[in-house]
Design a protein. Sequence first.
Length: 177
Amino acid sequence: MDAALEALLDREAIRDCIGRLARGEDRRDPGMISAAYWPDAETDYGVFKGDFATYLAWVVPGADAISNTQHGLGQSVIEIQGDQARVETQVSAYHRIDMGDGDRDICIGGRYLDRLEKRNDAWRIAHRLMLYDWYQDWGQSIDWTQGVMGMAFSAGHYTGRSIGDHSETFFSIAGTR
């Protein structure tokens, strides 16, 4: 295979790994998260540091106080050296958190510093470190029972949740069409 094409395919596989991990964490899906990490991987989020098995048990099912998360990924700088890659990815992570006095919307901005390894033609994370650049408490969360912008929703599936939202149905029927 042409080296330039192989490098392009490797970069896309790395981006796909990081993107699917974000979705897996938002949906608290252990299969998607596990597919992004090597079993011997290590993670360090500052608030959690440990091996992959311990991380998976921590992030799934996640804290009961966090009903929604959304990790918006920005650009990734990818440096590949053989079967290893060092990747910095910008992230804005939204969390709806029950702080004891009602739900609050919190957003954290930072960067993932990932070391990925290619084993058996698959790229996965071997080590992740989170750097925090900013934090914002947006205040009281919206009451979705009232709809949005003064307009009621026509059905209950429009609001997102970490577990059991409409995206699960959306992806489960995607393969049947």
